[in-house]
Design a protein around this ligand. Structure first.
Ligand code: NAD
Length: 259
């Protein structure tokens, strides 16, 4: 237990189950003394989340529905959060989606609808939630999203999601400029491959994992807990001078030539 986020109200978006990156983040934030507010999309995820919280003896300050495809749902969720918590000190955006059939084969075959869907849920959603959360971040704070190396390099099969992540990272920089004057920092963690529900949808995912053990400087896999601690750092005062940044938590894989 540390006190890096003691009494801070942090919103966590994207816990689907115990493998979710957002769950690893939840554990780190809880250990740091944060008051946790969760959003979920489907009723199924809400039930899983409540069971997980119960099992791990974590009390949620609030759990609210939020579908990031829908502006009204986002507005309503943050209004509810603001009414309940008063001030928001931090936000974790750990949400993405693309059609599975767009995560294999040639990127050139991406459909218009599939492209827009991936951008909408995986990239634009950060803009929309930042706009709503900002209204309640009167004391400043941090926003952290989750990205992947496929935004910078061509990673086979990552395709449309790589392009959505590139837009997400550019958004991190533009948003950091917008909200910096309010003392709000916006950053991203670029995690190495981790076995989660979403990762299952990317064709050839196992190879992406094994190459980390083989080629990354640290020669070991990345897990949800490592991403959780890095996200905690970015949300905490320890990172008070850091904004618009993409922090790689990938055992150093991104620095290796030919990786
Ligand atoms: P996950 O499936 O556990 O989490 C994805 C979450 O997105 C789920 O909770 C899902 O409910 C949510 N979501 C999807 N559509 C939504 C919508 N319309 N409204 C609200 N929520 C919605 O998978 P994960 O791997 O933990 O993914 C979390 C984030 O981490 C994603 O941005 C993903 O791209 C990123 N990431 C994952 C990896 C990896 O290897 N797993 C690596 C780097 C980055």
């Amino acid at each position: 237990m540390n006190a890096l986020l003691k009494d801070k109200n942090i919103v966590v978006m994207g816990v689907a189950n115990n493998r979710s990156i957002a769950w690893g983040i939840t554990k780190s934030l809880h250990d740091a003394g944060a008051n946790l507010i969760f959003t979920y999309r489907q009723e199924r995820s809400k039930q899983k989340l409540e069971k997980l919280l119960d099992k791990n003896q974590i009390d949620a300050k609030l759990v609210v529905a939020c579908d990031v495809e829908d502006d009204d749902s986002i507005k309503q969720a943050f209004q509810e959060i603001g009414d309940d918590a008063g001030t928001i000190h931090g936000l974790v955006h750990s949400v993405a989606f693309a059609n599975t059939d767009e995560l294999k084969g040639d990127y050139a075959d991406t459909s218009r609808d599939g492209y827009l869907l991936a951008q909408n849920i995986s990239s634009y959603s950060l803009v929309a939630v930042t706009r709503e959360a900002r209204k309640y971040m009167s004391e400043g704070g941090g926003i952290v999203t989750q990205t992947y190396l496929g935004s910078e390099r061509v990673v086979p099969n990552y395709n449309v999601m790589g392009v959505a992540k590139a837009a997400l990272e550019a958004s991190v920089r533009y948003l950091a400029e917008d909200v910096g004057k309010d003392g709000i920092r916006v950053n991203a963690v670029s995690a190495g491959p981790i076995r989660t529900l979403s990762a299952k949808g990317v064709s050839g995912f196992n190879e992406k994992m094994s190459v980390i053990e083989e080629k990354a400087p640290l020669r070991r896999q990345v897990d949800q807990d490592q991403v959780g601690d890095a996200t905690l750092f970015l949300l905490s005062d320890l990172a008070r001078g850091v904004t618009g940044e993409v922090l790689h938590v990938d055992s150093g894989f991104h620095i290796v030539a030919g990786s």
